[in-house]
Ligand binder design. Structure first.
Ligand code: KMH
Ligand code: ZN
Length: 303
């Protein structure tokens, strides 16, 4: 079978990193739109988007904050829009899906299990910048549970079903693949599904290549031909795991949501710089990068 082209997703700003960590992290609508557009021009065919409060950069689920950048991105690119339902660790599932309900994008994220989520001082072990996690996150760390119960997952799936949105199934550990299989068995999702294998978030599976192979083998066994897959390595392993994934026939996700770095110890100037780097690596190693329309076909997105 001919090698399928590689889809580059770029996750522009996320909900985890703070503007105090890197001046490159976009949080105003203008900057999110500009960086998303530049990332698409650099080769990203899918844009994974969160909104932020323009005053302080904190995460926002206010649909008005999405409305401030989505039209600008749609005007200037034909990239696939993927809106997060990750929200924050303190928001309800209803709040988390409100922007998706309002804008009915081609894709949205769906997190496949509840977990602890990275908020521990030692969680910087995969990152190489000097950052005061204690000050930013840890004061209330015992309340930081990333809640994605089966009921939550089912609510997202059933509420969004009429919109025919393709989910980016965020799987942070091997158990999440089994959760996803179960959800398919009870009729929540139709093939082909799109799985984002996530490595290096404390609370999930670690970023060793053996784990990537294990996740892939498990998904092959559980989903056969019914799935497409991509890899997200958090922090300093972003580029190396994306490179390995692309060589294994998978798709890749980069962006400042997942890592603020461009190379060891060096902050990225913007999202497009990371897209440019992974595109060059993919092409140098003999693969081709998918256009937005090719991504639509590979992922069987709504027309
Ligand atoms: N922040 C990533 C590790 C979401 O937005 O739903 C996973 C993510 C979750 O992108
Ligand atoms: Zn996200």
């Amino acid at each position: 079978m001919a090698r399928q082209k590689t889809i580059i997703t770029c996750a522009i700003t996320g909900a985890i990193h703070t503007p105090t960590m890197s001046s490159a992290l976009p949080y105003t609508a203008e900057d999110i739109a500009a960086q998303a557009t530049a990332a698409a021009q650099a080769g990203a065919s899918v844009l994974h988007l969160h909104a932020r409060n323009p005053e302080d950069g904190s995460v926002s689920l206010n649909p008005d904050h999405f409305a401030a950048f989505l039209p600008k991105i749609k005007e200037s690119t034909d990239a696939v829009i993927n809106i997060s339902t990750g929200g924050s660790l303190k928001t309800s599932i209803e709040e988390r899906i409100a922007p998706v309900l309002k804008f009915s994008p081609e894709m949205c994220s769906l997190n496949m299990g509840s977990m602890n989520f990275s908020f521990h001082p030692l969680a910087k072990r995969y990152d190489t910048w000097n950052f005061d996690w204690e000050k930013e996150y840890v004061q209330n760390s015992d309340t930081y549970i990333f809640r994605n119960t089966f009921n939550d997952i089912e609510k997202v799936a059933r509420t969004l079903e009429p919109h025919q949105i393709k989910f980016e199934h965020e799987c942070y550990d091997v158990g999440h693949l089994y959760n996803l299989r179960f959800c398919m068995d009870i009729g929540l999702f139709k093939a082909p599904i799109f799985i984002q294998f996530i490595f290096g978030i404390l609370g999930g599976i670690g970023p060793e290549v053996e784990n990537l192979i294990f996740m892939k083998q498990t998904a092959d066994r559980l989903f056969g031909d019914d799935y497409r897959w991509s890899v997200l390595g958090a922090g300093g392993v972003q580029m190396s795991l994306a490179t390995t994934a692309s060589q294994m026939g998978g798709n890749v996700r980069v962006g400042l949501e997942d890592s603020l770095l461009i190379s060891r110890g060096k902050l990225a100037a913007n999202n497009a710089q990371q897209v440019t780097k992974i595109k060059r690596i993919i092409e140098d190693l003999g693969c081709e990068v998918a256009t937005p329309d090719e991504a639509r076909e590979i992922l069987a997105l709504k027309g």
